[in-house]
Design a protein around this ligand. Structure first.
Ligand code: COI
Length: 354
């Protein structure tokens, strides 16, 4: 792919590493590439980061034909730049795009675009412990029109943001509110796709939980409102009597890259892992009688976040005395050591950018 480069006159001042937070600052450049029926993918470019012109009738603004991804670039202590399983993000975006009836981005094009932008922005990758450059590829319908149909033109973009922890709690336990009123997904819907609409529908529940002092919600399945599915922006795991439980990928849960990596590690470490339906009643009972030993959420943004408290219908269960469990810590340490190139990557998960 030929990528043209438009240089900006003045580079931005970079934020202090200890003030990064998550997704507050954006780098100097962004990637863009257009698609329409006649020309297909064309005009790949890296241009100064800034506002983009958009027709007020652009279909994304009305019917939310939009998909996105999230991955990170890590700077190792010896100055190398690593991505973590970016091929999985490329493939997931294909599935998301197909579900939203949008043209797919070929895997090679996705990877080339991510790498080209990270190369340009390499000085923006923070190097303080456990900081990284969050990469946000996204694509949306640009065709102007008010009829509902698959749009005939799109733009694929990538922006980057230097980040620290997703949650203000850092890697300390978070409190989770079990949501019963709203649901996130049903089979046949878009739950498995990474599309903005899924998140738009989730913020009311998140705002409700936040008012009650909770960081995120735990979603129950949309049909029975009984089986645990995922937490806000993360997949979720439970360790009950030494065995691990997480929801199966059956169309309602996002197929997380971190989730998949955790499952591989756990199986290699000899754990029995159940990718199956776990009811909220069984989970709360395990919490009451002490069988629920640990719980954590996983995601690219949140990495591995311990869950220290569940609130279901006003009943509160504390997990691991609201401290980080041993297995949760070991998974966090192992995964982040691979991502930051501190231990040998025997799984060949990292991809160096030269
Ligand atoms: C991620 O984990 O990368 C996500 O996309 C979650 C979120 C920030 C929407």
């Amino acid at each position: 792919m030929k990528i043209r480069f438009e240089e900006r006159k003045q580079l931005k001042e970079k934020p202090k590493t200890n003030e990064l937070g998550f997704g507050k600052y954006f780098t100097d450049y962004m990637f863009m590439c257009d698609w329409n029926e006649e020309e297909q993918w064309h005009d790949a470019r890296i241009v100064p980061y800034g506002p983009i012109p958009l027709d007020p009738a652009s279909m994304v603004l009305h019917y939310a034909q939009e998909t996105f991804e999230g991955l990170k670039a890590y700077k190792t202590q010896d100055g190398r730049i690593l991505l973590f399983r970016p091929d999985m993000n490329a493939r997931r975006m294909m599935y998301s795009n197909k579900r939203l009836s949008m043209p797919v981005i070929p895997e090679e094009m996705f990877l080339e675009a991510v790498e080209a932008l990270v190369r340009v922005e390499k000085d923006w990758i923070p190097d303080q412990e456990r900081t990284s450059l969050y990469i946000r590829p996204f694509m949306f319908a640009t065709e102007a029109g008010v009829g509902v149909h698959p749009a005939k033109s799109y733009v694929f973009m990538i922006v980057c943001s230097p980040v620290g922890s997703y949650y203000p709690e850092g890697v300390n336990p978070v409190k989770i509110y079990v949501e019963e009123e709203f649901v996130r997904a049903v089979r046949g819907g878009t739950g498995f796709a990474k599309c903005g609409g899924n998140y738009a529908g989730s913020v009311a529940a998140q705002a409700k939980a936040a008012k009650l002092g909770y960081t995120q919600v735990l979603w129950l399945d949309g049909v029975h409102r009984k089986y645990v599915e995922e937490v806000g922006t993360m997949n979720v795991f439970f360790k009950i009597k030494g065995e691990i439980y997480t929801a199966p990928i059956e169309g309602t849960v996002l197929a997380g890259v971190t989730r998949d990596s955790i499952l591989t590690l756990l199986k290699d470490w000899g754990y029995t892992v159940h990718e199956e339906h776990l009811s909220i009643d069984d989970l709360m009972e395990a919490g009451r009688n002490g069988d629920l030993e640990e719980s954590f959420g996983s995601g690219t943004a949140a990495v591995i976040t311990p869950i220290g408290e569940l609130n279901y219908r006003g009943e509160i269960v504390k997990i691991h005395q609201f401290t980080t469990g041993e297995l949760t810590q070991k998974l966090y340490d192992t995964l982040t050591a691979i991502q930051w190139g501190e231990i040998k990557d025997t799984y060949l998960w990292t991809r160096e950018i030269f």
